[in-house]
Design a protein around this ligand. Sequence first.
Ligand code: MG
Length: 381
Amino acid sequence: MLAPYAAHDEQSHGRRYPEPKPDFRSEFQRDRDRIIHSNAFRRLVYKTQVFVNHEGDLYRTRITHSIEVAQIARSVARALRLNEALTEAICLAHDLGHTPFGHAGQDSLNECMRPYGGFEHNLQSLRVVDELEERYAEFRGLNLTFECREGILKHCSLRNARELGEIGERFIHRRQPGLEAQIANLSDEIAYNNHDADDGIRAQLVDLRELREVRLFRRQYDTVVALYPDLGERRLVHEIIRRMINYIVVDLIRTTQGRLEEAQPHSIEDVRALSKPLAGLSDAAREEHVELMEFLREHVYKHYKVLRMTSKARRTLKELFDAFFGDVSLMPPEHRDLAIHSETTQGPNGRARAVADYIAGMTDRYAILEHRRLFDATERT
Ligand code: MG
């Protein structure tokens, strides 16, 4: 059933440590299953997407975000006859390296790490699956397939790409990842654009009147209100958002189908060799999709209530970093020992990386608790 340009087990570039083929599963199903069983995946439950977890139970967290991304991407993958299991695996793993407190946390940690090689959450997601998960007797990390790792590493600086070997090559030679990775990436955008609009309304950061400035929203709003004039607000909002998602997803499938017709790739290698990604939205849909993105940036991500939360988050992470980097013996023994070990092999960069790994792995509430234990004289340590 798979299209020739999909990721096929037999054409995989394989795992870093060769393993026997799985029984009754494909290689990519095994990747997905390993991700679901990882510690980093469970931690996503308590990591912020936009709204910190303790603000309310209905907001998206990293885990519900990742599941929504996977849901969208699987529908698209199936329609395009791509490898659904690989697509799902990439989606479920794409945010494993995210710090606590969403983008504010990532920016803050990157700032702290600037003298020591920086911090990129995409690269950290790869580091989690390649190095940091400790679950298997035979190897460190999850030993995922090349195709899954390729999808997880969405972006990467050239400096880091040069150090990564095969997985970094496409950033240097400006090649593409497979279509499963391209679909996962776009599904991420589609998911957050729509669920952040939904969460923004729920948090009362934006109202429907403001959102009607956005074409994508207004069109569905007008349709739904004309069809169901007496609908209550919750159902109205959901009916609009589900139609927005459907519109973009259908456009993504149709546009990508058109480009596949034109490019006629015969294998995943043909897809990789192209100078531009094959998966994408039509110009009209892309414009509307970006308009919503920009609206959210102004009205939700820069809302003073969100900025207050992000400024607290930045301070918390910076203070944690400074305290642990200044004295690694303040970390729990296994992290302290890792820091001491990596300092002996890599100097201060190694020490900083071990501190960043410890902090990036924290959930929001664990970071808050650690911060209290370090800075609140009345808190038990
Ligand atoms: Mg994401």
